[in-house]
Write a protein of this length. Structure first.
Length: 342
């Protein structure tokens, strides 16, 4: 505390102070010696202070771009936003230019186990991480005894601001994954909580191979095996096995951990597609149902009745309609129907 009080005494000589840590600290209580701070985190004028802009990449690092796909650099490492211009993760960029290959460099420096365990205990569906809504007061707060997932994920760099909306006297932020690195790596880490790491790696590799081959019988068997391996504790003290969204979130996490382009609740003029996957210049439309709640065979039929495929016909790509049905009693897949639309 004496250190902070000393800084305050010399505030006339200090224009900027840069204090590092996993999260922000409170200006009161033990840290009241710094209760006159101006927090720059969401000040637009300083939004690019801690990252590289597009202009930086194109000019300062122009000599390093040869042989690297410019859009892929954006997809992997750009996207952090503090109410101003978006920025790239500087650690990732420097490692990319050194190694000349795309990888989750920043994520590997120390993804905190407590964060993954916290999200697991909170039973937060992973698709929701890409569209969390948070008030400005919640986002800036941090109570170690009652951590809010939104504040924790934002302050540790795993989510960033995607949109801002004013409602009365309050500001609300839509949070989401900043880029490919975090999207892919965080989902992979969360899946590792449910299944042994080596087994998960085998599942992921097998999933990619089966998708490449459009082997839907193999996909059914693979996901049946995965759901069978989820510990029973995941279902205790809740009834998530009754909800289609739970099963969709497991599919989502597996595809996301491979970095594939997945969209949940994909809106059309007649309804919402449960999940859309774009892979290998093909489109996969998934509908999930719990058989105890609807008649069997309803999943695929709904895709056709609602003409969900129409949204993607103009692209001229093969479209696969996939109806997946689960039983809340067996907590596993009991139906898996596929139809190709040319």
């Amino acid at each position: 505390r004496g250190f902070y009080a000393t800084i305050k005494d010399y505030d006339a000589h200090i224009k900027f102070s840069f204090l590092t840590g996993v999260s922000k600290f409170s200006k009161v209580s033990i840290f009241s010696g710094l209760n006159n701070l101006y927090d720059l985190t969401l000040a637009p004028a300083f939004s690019t202070l801690c990252g590289y802009t597009d202009k930086d990449i194109n000019t300062v690092f122009a000599a390093e771009l040869s042989g690297l796909d410019r859009q892929e650099i954006r997809d992997w490492y750009n996207g952090y936003n503090w109410l101003g211009d978006g920025v790239y993760n500087p650690f990732d960029i420097l490692q990319l230019f050194k190694n000349r290959t795309f990888s989750n460099y920043w994520f590997e420096t120390g993804t905190p186990k407590f964060l993954v365990d916290f999200l697991y205990r909170s039973k937060i569906a992973t698709p929701k991480l890409d569209k969390l809504i948070s008030s400005s007061s919640m986002l800036s707060g941090f109570d170690i005894d009652k951590m809010e997932p939104e504040a924790l994920l934002f302050q540790t760099g795993y989510l960033t601001i995607k949109d801002t909306k004013q409602a009365g006297g309050q500001v609300f932020y839509t949070l989401g994954y900043p880029n490919q690195e975090v999207y892919q790596s965080l989902n992979e880490s969360l899946l590792a909580v449910l299944v042994d790491t080596s087994e998960h790696s085998l599942h992921s590799l097998r999933l990619y191979e089966l998708l490449t081959e459009n082997d839907f019988d193999g996909l059914k068997q693979l996901f049946h095996s995965f759901f069978a391996s989820i510990p029973y504790q995941w279902y205790t003290n809740n009834d998530i096995q009754q909800f289609e969204g739970y099963y969709a979130s497991v599919f989502y996490s597996y595809f996301a951990s491979l970095g594939l382009k997945v969209k949940l609740e994909d809106i059309t003029n007649l309804g919402r597609i449960d999940m859309t996957l774009h892979f290998n210049e093909q489109v996969y439309i998934f509908e999930f149902k719990v058989v105890e709640l609807v008649p069997e065979g309803n999943a695929l039929q709904q895709i056709k009745d609602k003409a969900y495929a129409d949204k993607y016909r103009a692209a001229g790509q093969p479209i696969y309609l996939v109806g997946v049905e689960f039983s809340k009693e067996s907590r596993n897949i009991v139906g898996f129907e596929v139809e190709l639309v040319l």
